[in-house]
Design a protein around this ligand. Structure first.
Ligand code: 13P
Length: 258
């Protein structure tokens, strides 16, 4: 039975002061959250600052990236063990902003998936098509191919206790979200594909949607059977907006009985 997972991805925003204030506001706002799961992904250098305020809260820490190595001569990189050392629970991998700006490919992302599982963190595999692929009707094949790259290296078992975030690139930061009905179709095709390997893993995997999610539109996504949460960018930088999204998740009737 899947419950809703809401994650705020703060990307490259904020400073020590604004991040501390935002964290304190969220900890206060979410003191009574118990049904949905919540995580925040601050810029990596503030993970330790944020962590101190999360003690005894329901909010988990999420990293925005991880390196494929655990240690060594890899200047500027962050290891999964370092993230674990700070009690980080999740890590985003394959976000389109990293695929585009840092030229990360499916093979790199599969290695990141592997290292996170090895250390015991939960990978959030971000997938999704660009506008051209969307217009050409390739959405489902693009998403399936991004998932296949993981299965090829690690097998279907890797998706046990993992998360997939479907984020159409054209919907990110554009103010135009994908339609909840279309997202449902994509999520269903992802779940069906995973079920073709293992029905139980498919049933249990959390599949989030991300791309211009707001307090106003979020309920329509939660109303879809195969949308198990949201990955929120801009709206997670405002304590009121993010709280409204989390409160909507908390009150939602999910998990659905099958
Ligand atoms: P926005 O919510 O700003 O569109 O960003 C989505 C996203 O990229 C989350 O990872």
């Amino acid at each position: 039975m899947r419950s809703l997972l809401v994650i705020g991805n703060w990307k490259l925003n904020g400073n020590k002061n604004t991040i501390t204030n935002l964290t304190i506001a969220l900890v206060n706002a979410f003191y009574n959250i118990s049904k949905c799961s919540v995580a925040i992904a601050p810029p990596v250098m503030y993970l330790d600052v944020v962590k101190r305020y999360l003690l005894n809260s329901h909010i988990q820490l999420c990293a925005q990236n991880v390196d494929i190595h655990l240690s060594g001569a890899f200047t500027g990189d962050i290891s999964a063990e370092m993230l674990q050392d700070l009690n980080t629970r999740y890590a985003l991998i394959g976000h389109s902003e990293r695929r585009i700006h840092h030229k990360e490919n499916d093979a790199d992302i599969a290695k990141k998936f592997f290292i996170l599982k090895k250390v015991g963190l939960i990978p959030i595999l971000c997938i999704g098509e660009n506008k051209k692929e969307y217009d050409s009707g390739y959405t489902q094949s693009v998403c399936i191919n991004q998932i296949k790259a993981i299965i090829k290296l690690l097998g279907i078992e890797a998706f046990k206790n993992s998360v997939i975030a479907y984020e159409p690139i054209w919907a990110i930061g554009s103010g135009v979200s994908a339609s909840p009905e279309n997202v449902q179709l994509v999520h269903k095709s992802i779940r069906d594909y995973i079920a073709s390997y293992d029905a139980s893993i498919a049933d249990n995997i959390t599949i989030q949607y991300g791309g211009s999610v707001t307090p106003e539109n979020v309920i329509q996504f939660f109303d879809q059977k195969d949308i198990d949460g949201v990955l929120v960018g801009a709206a997670s930088l405002n304590a009121n907006s993010f709280s409204m999204i989390v409160q909507t998740a908390e009150k939602h009737k999910k998990p659905y009985p099958d």
